[in-house]
Design a protein around this ligand. Structure first.
Ligand SMILES: [Zn+2]
Length: 593
């Protein structure tokens, strides 16, 4: 299913791309078959581009400027003003942007590239290595970096902050910097942690390092500084064996040490007690909202007086619970944009339960999905009202929280927490730029700023859901039509259909088929997308537990043959069959049993 038709996005030749990836020497790697074809840049041959007739949300306050023109020269915004007032050189590429809204590029301030977002990516949370080995999981992550990069851009996310992982993180940052169809990446390295996670370290490059002494903390920070880290990250985990105070002496010294060397600190601390200690110890950023209880006025004053940046990650904890309960928390945007192979694993929960030890099964069955609005949501509202800088972030990569697409649901839940769409948009742009320490050239639309821009087909100030209507993306002045950024393989398109089936979303399922697609099943032939939508809507309504497990798959070019087992029929039967899919022009044209 290799599709290396042409060189990668941007300047890399295929050889260079493989060399760049091969450079990730920390882990054994095979030449990848998942190099997404080149995303076609609209202005590759133009120095000047004009976005004409848009409503630009300009300045630090996202002030709407109607019927505006944004002039981009090389990688910078040269001018933004009323259409009549901005002269456009003849040599410029003109993009007609009538009836659109242009915002600064979105920034996800909390992601992890060493995690895929799938079911097998955190064996410390659920150990399914007997189903998929952790080295295979990491191999998949390595092989699909360019795919994940492109999905961020497709979602309008032009910058991300990787808040910690193996030293390999810094290679990911370098690869992104050399890839046009990729977000800007800032990175922290291995987490200075109060607890160990050896299970996540099959290669001697651990994402999490248990630190028991000041000397060990300083030594790790020195290594990260040598790798030009962007942040120093702490994992302040509390357990019965590790009370919050136990880590304080090491944390305090290490934070002071990092600051003395000019590095900003970000801390994972999800309890009010630990978060308070982290702020009192000098952290610059809290990587999460407080999840265990409602924050106090004293805590709010601490955050405000020390200019701490607050990154909520509202959905990540619940997404574990939903996945373990066999009901992955996925939006239509996840089903449409997230990597379908990853999403597919989330529906395997019922298929792999037998691989789990009874004690583990018992433990995960006890995990409850927090009722909304949970403490983290209530606290976000209070922290925002207290005037603290919020940097929107998802913790993408964790089980059930997808790279790129999860930003949409996070934003919806920030509004559900009581923030206005404008406040959320500011947290996703200016707040993110503050987190990156790049407020001078990112996070708002103004002359001189880097041309990271997203053109939307709906007004995000009216409804934050508009961030899912991405039409055009500019990263560093390189402009892409959103529809041309991702070009998925036949297998990915068929898997997307299977995911929509397992999520019982007939609309998304039908979208994976051509308008005139033909689906032949015993006793029934469907001859259009509309008929497919109606038929599956009815099937899901009559069989709310129906589930498809792919037992085997064979891919030959644009033909995908699945051997599937269907369970969960209302009448209790199960069925096994072989389905053949023909994919043409990125949709399924024919499917038959
Ligand atoms: Zn995280």
């Amino acid at each position: 299913m290799c599709f290396f038709a042409e060189p990668l996005g941007g300047a890399l030749t295929r050889g260079e791309a493989l060399a760049a990836i091969a450079g990730l020497a920390a882990f054994p790697i095979m030449p990848s078959q998942s190099m997404p074809p080149r995303a076609r840049q609209l202005n590759a041959d133009r120095r000047v581009t004009a976005i004409v007739g848009t409503t630009a949300l300009v300045g630090d306050d996202l002030t709407p400027l109607h019927d505006a023109t944004i002039l981009i020269e090389a990688d910078r915004i040269a001018t933004v003003g009323p259409r009549a007032a901005v002269a456009i050189p003849d040599s410029a590429l003109r993009l007609d942007a009538a009836n659109t809204w242009t915002i600064p590029g979105l920034i996800d301030s909390h992601v992890h590239f060493f995690q895929s977002g799938g079911l097998y990516t955190r064996p410390d949370a659920i150990d399914l290595r007997s189903v998929r080995s952790y080295t295979d999981e990491l191999q998949w992550v390595h092989n699909n970096l360019l795919d994940i990069f492109a999905r961020y851009l497709r979602a309008g996310i032009t910058s991300v902050v990787d808040v910690g992982g193996p030293f390999w993180n810094y290679d990911v940052r370098a690869l992104a910097a050399r890839t046009a169809a990729a977000p800007r990446v800032m990175s922290a390295g291995p987490l200075i942690s109060s607890v160990a996670r050896e299970i996540l370290d099959p290669y001697g490059d651990p994402p999490i390092v248990k630190i028991d002494s000041i000397a060990a903390a300083r030594a790790l920070i020195d290594r990260e500084i040598a790798a030009q880290t962007d942040f120093v990250k702490f994992w302040w985990i509390v357990t019965p064996e590790h009370p919050a105070q136990a880590f304080e002496p090491v944390a305090r010294d290490a934070i002071e040490y990092a600051h003395r060397h000019g590095y900003r600190v970000v801390i994972h601390a999800t309890e009010l007690e630990t978060a308070t200690l982290a702020v009192e110890s000098g952290t610059d950023i809290l990587a999460h909202s407080v999840f265990d209880t409602d924050v106090s006025d004293r805590f709010l004053e601490l955050l405000r007086s020390r200019n701490v940046i607050y990154c909520p990650t509202l959905m990540v904890v619940g997404n574990y619970g939903y996945t373990f309960a066999g009901r992955p928390n996925l939006t239509a945007v996840d089903l449409q944009l997230a990597n379908p192979d990853v999403v597919g694993t989330l529906f395997n929960m019922t298929d792999v339960e037998t691989a789990l030890a009874p004690a583990t099964l018992d433990r995960i069955r006890k995990i409850r999905v927090p009722e909304l609005p949970h403490a983290a949501m209530r606290n976000l509202k209070r922290v925002a009202d207290a005037g603290v800088t919020i940097a929107a972030g998802t913790d993408a990569g964790n089980i059930g929280t997808q790279h790129a697409s999860s930003f949409y649901n996070e934003a919806l839940h920030m509004v559900a927490s009581g923030l206005s769409p404008k406040e959320v948009l500011l947290a996703a742009t200016r707040g993110g730029a503050a987190m990156m320490g790049r407020s001078s050239d990112l996070g708002s639309i103004a002359p001189g700023k880097l041309a990271d821009l997203v053109v939307l087909d709906a007004d995000p100030l009216a409804d934050i859901a508009a961030i899912a209507t991405v039409r055009t993306v500019s990263r560093n002045g390189q402009i892409f039509d959103s529809a041309a950024i991702l070009r998925e393989s036949a297998e990915q398109i068929v898997q997307r259909q299977v995911n929509a089936y397992n999520h019982h979303d007939a609309r998304i399922l039908a979208q994976t088929f051509a308008a005139d697609a033909v689906v032949r099943r015993p006793g029934k032939t469907l001859r259009s997308r509309a008929a497919i939508d109606a038929a599956y809507r009815d099937l899901f309504a009559r069989n709310p537990q129906i589930h498809a497990e792919i037992i085997a798959r064979d891919v030959r070019g644009d033909v995908v043959v699945d051997h599937e087992r269907l369970t969960g029929f209302a009448d209790g039967r199960t069925s096994e069959s072989t389905v053949t899919y023909h994919v043409r022009d990125a949709v399924i044209s024919v499917a038959y049993v």
